[in-house]
Write a new protein. Structure first.
Length: 243
């Protein structure tokens, strides 16, 4: 088989394997080819995935912003920005790329080996370029569905962490406005041996006590008690009943 046909055959096999891995079949495979082409493997800089990376970054950011805006109407701009920055960070995009195994399908130059570890920045680039290629090939809805496969679990994880960490500060802001003073936390009870104690804590503000909560340590119990306080103020079910 002539060398050119061998190259074409190998390229087709790589593109087919990549499409199977990502769960999307391109109508225009040349877009996928461009997305997988590092500058070292391109004849010209314009033929690499750099331009697609630029577009993909914007598509990824817009999908994430829309999802955060629709799903979390109570979060303020600062909290939304923090979550968005973490969800679409270079580190996160590199992880998404690794999950898909995109490093196995890159078209690299002779000076860059497939046998060594692919740099994280290169992995992040190819994921963003892939998002752009899918957007150009299938449109907004298809690209959005693809992106959501990755960012929805990430958004939930980041949001849970953010809410958990900020429950006490959120309660303080609210009760300061409603009661004119900050909440204080008191241990009502503790159970278990010294090496495995549980603590029952209540948030109190000016004599008003919110529903208490149990925790494996005082810090956890205070966070849960703060959640209970926010839930009572918002007339929502108590998330951590102590009974």
């Amino acid at each position: 088989m002539p060398p050119q046909e061998v190259t074409v055959s190998r390229e087709r096999a790589i593109l087919e394997a990549c499409q199977e891995a990502i769960g999307y079949t391109f109508q225009r495979p040349e877009l996928l080819r461009a997305a997988l082409t590092h500058t070292s493997g391109a004849n010209t800089r314009a033929a690499s995935n750099e331009r697609l990376e630029f577009l993909g970054d914007s598509v990824l950011g817009l999908v994430t912003c829309e999802q955060l805006f629709l799903c979390f109407p109570d979060l303020q701009e600062g909290d939304l920005t923090k979550i968005k920055s973490a969800v679409v960070s270079r580190k996160t995009c590199a992880r998404f790329s690794t999950e898909l195994g995109l490093g196995n399908y890159l078209f690299l130059g002779k000076g860059v080996s497939h046998h060594g570890e692919i740099p994280s920045n290169m992995l992040a680039d190819v994921f963003e370029a892939l998002v752009a290629a899918i957007f150009l090939d299938g449109g907004w809805t298809v690209a959005k569905e693809f992106v959501l496969r990755f960012i929805e679990p990430e958004i939930q994880r980041m949001t849970d962490s953010n809410i958990q960490q900020n429950a006490k500060s959120q309660l303080q802001q609210v009760v300061q406005r409603l009661y004119g003073g900050p909440p204080r936390y008191f241990v009502l009870d503790e159970q278990g041996p010294d090496h495995d104690k549980c603590f029952k804590v209540v948030a109190d503000v000016d004599g008003h006590r919110f529903p208490p909560a149990w925790g494996r340590n005082k810090k956890e119990a205070e966070l849960k008690a703060a959640h209970n306080g926010l839930a009572e103020i918002n007339h929502e079910p108590i998330p951590f009943p102590s009974n």
